[in-house]
Design a protein around this ligand. Sequence first.
Ligand SMILES: [Zn+2]
Ligand SMILES: [Zn+2]
Length: 345
Amino acid sequence: MWMADSQQNENKLMKALVYTGTNEVTYREEPTPEPAAGDAKIRIEAVGICGSDMHAYHGEDARRVPPLILGHEAAGVVVSGKNAGQQVVLNPLISCGICLDCQSGRSNLCADRRLIGMNYPGAFAEFITIPEKNLIALPEGMNPVHAALTEPAATSLHALHLAERALHRPIADGRSLVIGGGSVGLLAALLLRSHGCSEIMLCDTNPLRRETAFQTGCCEVFDPDQDTEKIESSFELVIDAVGMETTRQMAVRAVKSGGVMLHIGLQQGSGDCDFRKITLSEMTVIGTYTYTHTDLQAALQSLYRGKLGDLAWVEERPLSEGSSAFFDLDIGSTAAPKIVLLPGE
Ligand SMILES: [Zn+2]
Ligand SMILES: [Zn+2]
C-alpha cells in the first residue's frame, strides 16, 4: 500500500508562477498536474523567461489568456513512467506527428501544434505533464540551467540552417550582423562563431546587453542609435532578433547584394520596408519560426560541448522571485539576456 500512499502525496498542491493579469505574475499554489496516458510528469529544475513570456505579461499576446502558468524553456527530471529518474529538456511544441508538415520534418509548422505555457499550463511550476515523445534526455552531468537554453538556442540554430540554404557561399565566408542582444540574438552570434564566422557584429540599444555580448568575445558590439553608417550594405547575413519596423529597416539597409535577412523577432507585425532595395540587391528575406525536434537535439549538444562558450551571462533566480525577475526584464535593468528560474529554491 505504500505505492498508493506516495501517489497520494503527489496529489498535493504545488508552487507555480501564474500570469494573473497585465504586468502581473503571482507566485501561488496550483493543483499538481497528473499525467494522462502517454504523458510524463516532470519535476522542473530550471526554466528560462522568454521574450514571448514578456509579451504575454504585457497583455499583448491574445493566445495567452490569464490565469495561465507561462514558461516553455525547461529542463527537469522525469518522476513517473518508464523514464523515471531521467534528466530531460522539454520540446515545448506538441505537434500532431501525422500531417504533411510533421511527416516532412517541419513539425514547427504543424497546423495542430500546441505549446506549453500557451495552450497548456507551462513550466514556471514545480511540476508539468507533457507527452513522452517531447522529452530529450540530458547528457550525463549537464547543468539543467544550461539545458534550459536549448529552446532559444534551437530557435537560432533553425534560423541559421535556413540561411545556409539561401546563401550561395558558406556562412563562415561572410560577415554577419545580429540586431538585438537578447538570448536568441546572443545565441545566434555564438552559433555563428561556432560555425566559423569570424566577422560578427551585434547591436542593442541597451548598454548592459551590449556589455554582456562584448564579454562573450564572440562579436563586435555597437549602439544602433549611434553609428549606423558602418553597416550600410555590408553583411552577407543579417538577423533581426527584435522584429520591429525600425529593426527591419535597419536589417534591409545592412544586407549586401545577394545576401540573406533572417527575421526571427515578433514585436511588430507590420511597417514599411525598402522593397526596392530587396529587389535590386536580390536579397532573400526569410521568416523563421521556432525549431524541430532535431534542432533541439543539436542545440542541446552544442550547449553541452561548450561550443557556445561558458554561458556565464545566464542569471539564476528562485521561481519564488519570478515576479521581480519579470519586472527587471521589463525595465531593462538586468545585464542578463536570460533569467532562468529555479523552482527548487
Ligand atoms: Zn522561448
Ligand atoms: Zn502535424
